[in-house]
Design a binder for this molecule. Structure first.
Ligand code: C5P
Length: 401
């Protein structure tokens, strides 16, 4: 009954039960809709005491259902029809009472009836006071639900609305979005270890000044996330960015090209795939000053020295992982990128126009490999990242790796 249908249906039922965390579900709906996932919200009566249905209606663009006897669906069978197009039902927040109902197969309102009558996977994100979560009855119910094939997302530990601290917080909306997508993502990189670099580097001129570039890190972080979704163990070596670490990704922060090289080399053993997305400085300051340069009338000379090409060095290593590079070019994009692919000795290179890619939320890229060029249309960076992961997995499979 609960074999994961592909999220390609890209439509879910989001059940909301009575808990303070219901306000976070508004943000969750926004994230899902942004990711092109249709959301049909179904609330319990208690949930409407926390957030009004109109909020979810506006964010999801669909009518919100609460009542088992609602006759707005075509054949008047809301408890069956609402889940039939859905790839999954996600209940977030799931209260202690709702977990108890699910565990016992109670069906006395629309949401619990939908859950019982479903033919798709059910995921629940518990949210409750820590004593309620730790109570043997709740633990029994959670174990029963897991045994019934229900996926439990969380809860997490932390501050609670009631002022106590402990287990019972609902996962954050971003984590739930990621968990939902990961649940359905094909496990294309299961069992693989992936090392990535992302973001800019900062080369110190003096203690308060740096040479850097306009890379935001968004593409590298999206790829790290897509690799994690695909089941890989992911380590991300990141230059300075303002981005949140994707869930499940181990992140190592570095400042400059030398620090990035050192971190990559220390993490390299045992990696299956290396993806160099970072805009590593090609030159570092040869003579950084230990004290702040004073302003003067004379020209200030800064001497630059070339940095090590991390990607080329990794690719040339004895037991090199499968290496993927990026090339941001301002003109003759594909010709320059293909030359770079050969020079650096990497099987796959992702080419894009620097003017389009840097800092932007979308990207149009061309993948270059021994079989030629594979253009991907402009799309949000996470979408592009998922397609790059699919391509990498295809190349590994073709090479029998
Ligand atoms: O030569 P260019 O800097 O355009 O090459 C870009 C690719 O090389 C990216 O994958 C980037 O992460 C990688 N690179 C590197 N170390 C450098 C310079 C670039 O790993 N020092």
């Amino acid at each position: 009954m609960t074999s994961p249908a592909p999220l390609r249906a890209r439509h879910i039922v989001l059940g909301i039960t009575g808990g303070v965390a219901a306000y976070k579900s508004a943000e969750l709906v926004r994230l899902l809709v942004q990711d092109n996932i249709g959301v049909q919200v179904v609330m319990t009566a208690a949930a409407t005491r926390f957030v009004a249905p109109a909020t979810f209606q506006a964010l999801s663009g669909r009518n919100v259902f609460v009542d088992l006897w609602d006759d707005r669906v075509e054949n008047g069978m809301a408890h069956i029809d609402l889940s039939r197009e859905a790839a999954a039902i996600l209940v977030a927040p799931a209260s202690a009472d709702f977990l108890a109902k699910l565990a016992h197969g109670n069906a006395d309102d629309l949401l619990s009836t939908l859950c019982l009558a479903r033919d798709c996977p059910l995921l629940v994100a518990p949210a409750m006071n820590r004593q309620m979560w730790e109570h043997p009855a709740t633990q029994r119910n959670a174990a029963q639900l897991a045994a019934d094939g229900v996926a439990l997302l969380g809860p997490a530990a932390g501050d609670q609305a009631c002022g106590e601290v402990g287990m019972g917080r609902m996962l954050e909306p971003g984590e739930l979005h990621q968990a939902l997508v990961a649940y359905f993502a094909p496990r294309l990189l299961a069992g693989r270890r992936v090392l990535l670099t992302a973001g800019p580097t900062q080369e110190a001129i003096d203690p308060v000044r740096v040479i850097t570039n306009l890379s935001s890190g968004k593409m590298g972080y999206a790829l790290a996330r897509a690799c994690a979704e695909a089941g890989a163990a992911v380590t991300l070596v990141s230059g300075p960015t303002a981005l949140a670490t994707p869930p499940g990704v181990a992140r190592i922060d570095v400042m400059n090209a030398a620090g990035m090289l050192a971190a990559v080399e220390s993490q390299l053993p045992g990696q299956d795939i290396f993806i160099g997305v970072a805009a590593v400085a090609d030159y570092t300051v040869a003579n950084p000053s230990a004290v702040k340069h004073k302003k003067g009338d004379a020209p200030l000379k800064i001497e630059l020295a070339p940095t090590v090409d991390i990607l080329a060095r990794v690719a040339a290593g004895a037991r090199a992982p499968f290496c993927v590079g990026f090339a941001a070019e301002s003109e003759n994009v594909e010709a320059n990128a293909e030359a770079k692919r050969r020079k650096k000795g990497v099987p796959l290179l992702v080419a894009n126009r620097a003017q389009d890619a840097l800092g932007s939320d979308t990207n149009a890229v061309t993948l270059l490999d021994d079989n030629g060029r594979h253009p991907l249309p402009a799309a949000p960076k996470l979408e592009v990242a998922r397609q790059i992961v699919t391509h990498i997995a295809g190349m590994l499979a073709a090479a029998g790796k």
